[in-house]
Ligand binder design. Sequence first.
Ligand SMILES: Nc1nc2c(ncn2[C@@H]2O[C@H](COP(=O)(O)OP(=O)(O)OP(=O)(O)O)[C@@H](O)[C@H]2O)c(=O)[nH]1
Length: 506
Amino acid sequence: MTEQTSAPHFWALIDVLPLAVLYKEQARKAVFANQAALRLFGLPAQQNLLSLSDIQQLPLNTADSDQPFSLLQNPLLLALSGTELCQPLSIAGQKLMLQSKVISLSFTLHSSVVISLCSSSLTQQRLPAASDSNQLLAELQEALAFDKLISLISTELINVKASKLDQHIEDALAAVGEFCHADRSYIFLFNGDGSMMSNTHEWVREGIRAHKDNLQQIPQPALPYFFNIIKQDLVFAVDEVAKLPPQASAEKQEFEAEDIQSVLCCAMQAEDKLLGFVGCDMVARQRNWTSNDLRRMKLVGDMLANALQNVSYRQSLQQVTEQLQQANAQLQQQAHQDGLTGIANRRHFDQHLEQELQRASRHQQQLALLMLDIDFFKAYNDHYGHQAGDQALQQVAQLLQQQCRRQGELAARYGGEEFAIILPGAGEKECHTIAKRIQRDLKALAIMHQQSAVSSLLTLSVGFSSIWPTQDHSADRLIAKADKALYQAKAAGRNSIYHLSDVVTS
Ligand SMILES: Nc1nc2c(ncn2[C@@H]2O[C@H](COP(=O)(O)OP(=O)(O)OP(=O)(O)O)[C@@H](O)[C@H]2O)c(=O)[nH]1
């Protein structure tokens, strides 16, 4: 017995009652049967914990025709799923009355179902009349239909996409509105600190006025009684708005302005956080809310709260993922970029040259490398200052970048005032043309250099090498070749273009 409850005294008492009792905490699977129930079903005294499949096997027949119940109409299963019943039936020819109640006991976290089976003669006066039986049947069918619909919607809601959430919420609101015979059902969500609420979704019966648009950002002081009750009790149930207490005058005024006669709201909580509430109104007539209405509303509230929470988790996860991806891309770019000039840095240059060498070797294409160095740059720095030197480096870098228009072409800062350009597919003639164009464009920028020995403007020297790469070619060899040509251009007087030993002065 200790398996299904933390209150053994309570069970010791129930166990010896002469009345047959079945008990199930809603969060647990097993159903506890007391001694009288076991005797009634002809089960051994020790088998006081029954599974749902044990329950299905019990010899239960209809009261009038002694036929076994179909699965969907089995009153024990209906009662255990939370439908409150008062129904005649027969067990082994004995006429009995089944009564079930959903209750909350202080020592259990969840509500529980208590089912009693007693001789129908004891409850003769409470037996339903023929018309009541039809009513009972209609209620049962409705309860069943509601449970089916809700389990369908909740299955859909488990992994609902943000784009489909609104549709599913509206379906759930329509279901709860219909099954609670309400005229309007809705969801309100609280803002971050719970000081304001807004109507986010609404369902209205045909002919009933919608109010959603007028119910946005309602502050707590506007409806203080309602805010307090829903936050403290998690349920706000009013059968007759006219009978609201004096301290609820603001609420009464608001409800009357919306022609509301009865209201039922249940909090939506996720992980102990109050997200908002789901509720419904009676407009055309007044209604005394039943425990079934409350159960349905709670069920829908829990379901929607979970769905809203899941979608919000997934959205924030997606947001964080996107931020991380952006930060990663930025880091990646920074790792490949020269801080001063913004063009490729030496690390990027090395990787790119290696890739292009392999590609050129695979496709048997030429690959050219230009090395470019500003002339008399120390003198420029000394004369115009380091900051002006930085600006000149940036201008040159931009100019070189503009030369790289085709796929695979890359301009990089090789180090200090030395730059490099990788030109896949370029032969000597093309390299020379590009080098000339660079010198011409630099001249057009007209960066003054009074201390230069070759010109009054900033100039640069170029060395290049163009090869047909094979497996044996290494990046180091290509760089060494272009660098040697650059050295020769410098030695030959600067502001020159050199291709190994062939000097072509500008
Ligand atoms: N402003 C600035 N100057 C730099 C930077 N990196 C290197 N330099 C300077 O570039 C100058 C290079 O001087 P050298 O290697 O003597 O060459 P040079 O004066 O250009 O002479 P040649 O190359 O022979 O024409 C040095 O004064 C460095 O301080 C930089 O990021 N900013």
